[in-house]
Write a protein that binds this ligand. Sequence first.
Ligand SMILES: [Zn+2]
Length: 380
Amino acid sequence: MHGKNNENFKGIDITVFKYIDKPIKYENFGFDILFEEKEQTDKDNKITREDEDPKYEEGKKTKRFVEDFVDDTIICRSILNYWTSSKNNGYFKSRRIIEDWLLDNCQFFEKKYPGSKNKTNDPNKIEQNNSNVTFLLERLKYLSLLKSRPIESKNHFETQEYSFTELGKLVALLLKYNGNFDDSQLVKEIYTQTLKYYETQNSSFALFCMLFFSNCYKRDSRLFALVIILNLLHIIKEPPNNKDAVLNKLRNFPVVYDSEALFKVLINSLNEFRALFSDDYNKVIYNLKLGIESDTEKKCKNLDSFERLRLGNISGLHPIVLEGYCTACNRYTPVIIESMFSYFKESIKNKDNRISMDCPDCEGENTVSFEPLQELDYKS
Ligand SMILES: [Zn+2]
């Protein structure tokens, strides 16, 4: 065993490390383990391999890109597939998942032991791979995709057994999704699992997300697939490759609305939320307000005036302070939008333009303009 510095193992159960024989670096434990592709020596070649896939769009001679993942990524994806295939909610040990699932269903093992259906060698195969599989199970646990509990093994060693978390199940289903929004069965499964995951989050915003997602899905399951599923995938796939950043972004799902249809769903959901859970509604609106104002602050050109106007409006829940540019006064000026909802509405109307309003300083008509809201980040 290498890398004995405990600082590197924060958040990981030390007891399993007697089974792990390779050095690990804590800072490398990110969601990239699910997407890491083989590097090509030839730079002209894309990392992804173009393959003819007969099942893809039958009748058309379309090629699709097949990802060529590194071995650990293949194994991790297969571990997650263990849940999507078995829906087994119980606990399993590393040796058990190798024997029951990976040896027969994981592409890595199929390649390593080609054509071997002979079970007599299984104990050897399990021993050969147990250290690495345990290491990968711990990585998935570190990402909150698995949970574990200690258990005493036959030879009285303490070892761990694992089980999938709601997030782990969600990620497993997301990885199965290949962009086909007509796969209504899978879209429905992802929808159901998304609600289960957000239910575990215990916050006003998570509660709102559940209502919003459910209204999206009820309006049109394809809308849910196109917007919510793709955004969830985007969050786990995009850098920074930092576990906490990803989990935080999932918890604070960006309320996107890039179409009129979705905007209506958002507004209806907010109104419904207000009627159902008025306290939680206030918390969510307040946080949205803080999010928008803090985004404005980051880009602010006239910070002193902006800060003053913002402070003067701390008591109102709905009004928000933004910064616009007045073409009559030729300067940046903070403005109050009386209702967050009217800002949403104007943003939809002026998606590709700037929103304009009268100048509070020179009273110029529609001389102040500012950017429409592109995406509603709950907290930045
Ligand atoms: Zn002006």
